[in-house]
Design a protein around this ligand. Structure first.
Ligand SMILES: Cc1cc2nc3c(=O)[nH]c(=O)nc-3n(C[C@H](O)[C@H](O)[C@H](O)COP(=O)(O)O)c2cc1C
Length: 320
């Protein structure tokens, strides 16, 4: 059968064609057959695809210049071996031209007498169902007689390079697909530091020259670490809950609420044993994956009133 290949001449250059298809990842499959003399033969394709479920059909395309395909065609059967990331050597051996490409490649015979390369990710045994001549390739349709999964993960090919598939995190929010999800990283480190006293978590995500702006002025990292430690020393069960966290390019805003039992000196106030609550917001700016600036806003009057201390202007007085 001949496919209609009448494309406008010269519309697409081979370079353009290759460049664009270099963007599309493919699997790597070895098409193998065994001659009547018992000689294994094969070649590699990136065009192997599923085609039909009922009946089960597959397809791949082979260059008209292939030296192996004419033999496999005449045999009328083949196995499609889905190569794994452990089989780069097999891929390289079968993707070259020449005799005895199978040297050193171990295989087992399939029920239809074709070579199944050992340690492949899967094997699909097929009979040649039909063939279409399409441009400089033949498009082969195979009818599946048996299939079995093997070992490892499928090898991938894109833009002339080999690679492997890597899974996205289960959270399907587009933000989580960023290679470096700063919102999650910063909120996690910040919560671990303030909520659990794990100051190291915060230190690891803070850049050189980090500065924190608060009502009392500008502070560097050592002062912030001291404040975290002071909070955990003064309030037993000290916890910080992130109520909301939002991101806008390099800015992250965290709306938080901290709760703890006042069991140690804080802001000059001896322990009241009260459960105290403070709401606040921290605005963080990051660059190159590190926090470089932070502004924090919270109201000490909320803290003091939850200690049952009333703050009037600049004067603090115990409410007896
Ligand atoms: C990753 C990869 C994908 C390939 N895909 C195809 C393909 O889809 N069709 C094809 O004809 N050749 C493809 N090739 C090239 C053949 O494997 C190569 O031309 C081989 O030497 C053909 O061997 P033969 O002449 O013994 O048939 C691919 C090669 C590699 C490395």
């Amino acid at each position: 059968m001949n496919a209609d290949t009448s494309a406008p001449v010269g519309a697409i250059t081979p370079t353009e064609y290759r460049e664009v298809f270099g963007l599309l990842p493919t699997g790597v499959v070895a098409i193998t057959g065994l001659t009547d003399e018992g000689k294994p033969m094969g070649f590699v394709v990136g065009t192997f695809q599923s085609l039909s479920l009922d009946p089960p059909l597959v397809t791949f395309c082979v260059d008209k210049s292939s030296s192996t395909w004419p033999t496999l065609r005449s045999l009328g059967r083949f196995t499609a071996n889905i190569l794994s990331t452990q089989q780069l050597d097999v891929c390289r051996a079968l993707a070259r031209k020449g005799e005895d490409k199978f040297q050193g490649i171990e295989y087992a015979e399939s029920p239809i007498g074709t070579p199944r390369i050992l340690n492949s990710t899967a094997w699909i045994d097929c009979h040649v169902a039909s063939e279409v001549v399409a441009g400089d390739h033949y498009m082969i349709v195979g009818s599946v007689t048996a299939m079995e999964s093997g070992a490892g993960d499928a090898l991938m090919f894109r833009g002339g390079k080999f690679g492997e598939y890597s899974l996205w995190p289960t959270d399907t929010h587009p933000e989580s697909r960023k290679p470096m999800n700063m919102l999650t990283r910063i909120v996690d480190a910040w919560s671990r530091a303030w909520g659990e006293g794990d100051t190291g978590a915060f230190e690891s995500i803070v850049g050189k020259g980090y500065v924190r702006h608060s009502k009392t002025g500008e502070e560097g990292l050592p002062e912030v670490i001291r404040q975290i430690q002071e909070s955990h020393a003064a309030f037993s069960d000290f916890k910080v809950h992130v109520l909301q966290a939002v991101e806008d390019s390099e800015h992250i805003a965290i709306h938080w609420k901290s709760v703890g039992t006042h069991t140690g000196n804080y802001m000059g106030v001896p322990p009241t044993q009260r459960t105290v609550t403070v709401n606040g917001a921290s605005f963080l700016r990051h660059k190159d994956g590190l926090i470089i600036e932070e502004s924090v806003v919270w109201d000490p009057r909320e803290l003091l009133s939850s200690m049952n201390i009333w703050h009037l202007g600049d004067q603090v007085r115990r409410n007896a």
